[in-house]
Design a protein around this ligand. Structure first.
Ligand code: ADP
Ligand code: AMP
Length: 215
C-alpha cells in the first residue's frame, strides 16, 4: 500500500502512521522527522531547515522534494509500501511526487485526508510531547506517559517541540490553509481521496482506517 496522509498540523498523522506501521508493515516517511534529524545532526540542510521550521513556515520545495526523492529511490523497503506523512505540502510538491512515483513505478493507492476541528488541533499541538530517543508521541492530557516526562517505551526524555508554541502554531495553520489544503482538490481529481474523522480518539481512528483498507 502506498499512502499519503494529509491533514492540518496536529490532526494525528504521525500517531496514525505509528499505529498502522506494524499492522500493515509499511514504511513511515515523515518529512518533519527527517528535517528534525538533520537539525539534530547540525548538517547544512538542517541549518537551513531550522530557520523555516522555527518560524512555522515551509522549508523550500526543492530541499524537501530532493530528500523524499532520495528516500523513495534508494530505500529497498519502499516497494513493500509506505505512508508519506507531512509530504506533499504544496501543489508543486504534489506534482513532483507524481513524477517521482511514476519514475519508480509505484503509484499512490490512496490519500487519507484527516479532518479535525481547529479547536481539537490547537489543543493537540499545545499538549504534544515527543520522545527525544525513539520519537514516540504523547499528549499531556489525551495520551500521557505513565511517568511525567519519561517515555513508556524506551525511558527516553519527553520534550515539547520548539514549533509547538502558540505563535508558531498560528503561522503553521495559516500556511496549511493557504498552501496545503488546496492539494486535497488535486487528489480528489485523481479519485484518490478518502476522508477520515480525525476528531475521534486515536484507537478509533486507527481501527477505522484498518477496516477501510481491509474492505
Ligand atoms: P500530526 O502528525 O498530524 O502533526 P500528531 O500525530 O503528532 O499530529 O498528534 C498531535 C498530538 O495529538 C500528539 O500529542 C498526539 O499524542 C495527539 N493525538 C494524535 N491523535 C489523537 C487522537 N485521535 N485523539 C487525541 N489525541 C491525539
Ligand atoms: P511536521 O513534523 O510535519 O509538523 O513538520 C514540521 C515542520 O517541518 C513544518 O512546519 C515545516 O516547516 C517543515 N516541513 C515538514 N514537511 C515539509 C514539507 N513537505 N514541505 C515544507 N516544509 C516541511
Amino acid at each position: 500500500m502506498k499512502i499519503v496522509l494529509l491533514g492540518p498540523p496536529g490532526a494525528g498523522k504521525g500517531t496514525l502512521a505509528k499505529g498502522l506501521k506494524d499492522h500493515f508493515n509499511l514504511m513511515h516517511i515523515s518529512t518533519g522527522d527527517m528535517l528534525r534529524e538533520e537539525m539534530k545532526n547540525g548538517t547544512d540542510l538542517g541549518k537551513e531547515a531550522k530557520k523555516h521550521i522555527e518560524s512555522g513556515g515551509l522549508v523550500p520545495d526543492e530541499i524537501v522534494t530532493k530528500m523524499v526523492e532520495n528516500k523513495l529511490s534508494n530505500d529497498k523497503n519502499v516497494k513493500n509500501g509506505f505512508m508519506l506523512d507531512g509530504f506533499p505540502r504544496t501543489r508543486t510538491q504534489a506534482e513532483d511526487l507524481d513524477k517521482i512515483l511514476k519514475k519508480i513505478n509505484l503509484p499512490l493507492d490512496c490519500v487519507l485526508s484527516l479532518e479535525a476541528s481547529l479547536k481539537i488541533v490547537l489543543e493537540r499541538l499545545t499538549g504534544r510531547r515527543v520522545c527525544r530517543a525513539c520519537g514516540a508521541l504523547y499528549h499531556i492530557k489525551n495520551m500521557p506517559s505513565k511517568k511525567e516526562g519519561v517515555c513508556d517505551k524506551c525511558g527516553g526524555e519527553l520534550y515539547q517541540r520548539a514549533d509547538d508554541n502558540e505563535k508558531t502554531i498560528k503561522n503553521r495553520m495559516e500556511v496549511y490553509t493557504e498552501s496545503t489544503e488546496p492539494i486535497i482538490d488535486y487528489y480528489k481529481k485523481q479519485g484518490l481521496i478518502k476522508t477520515l474523522d480525525a476528531n475521534k480518539e486515536a484507537e478509533e481512528v486507527r481501527d477505522f482506517t484498518i477496516k477501510l483498507f481491509n474492505g
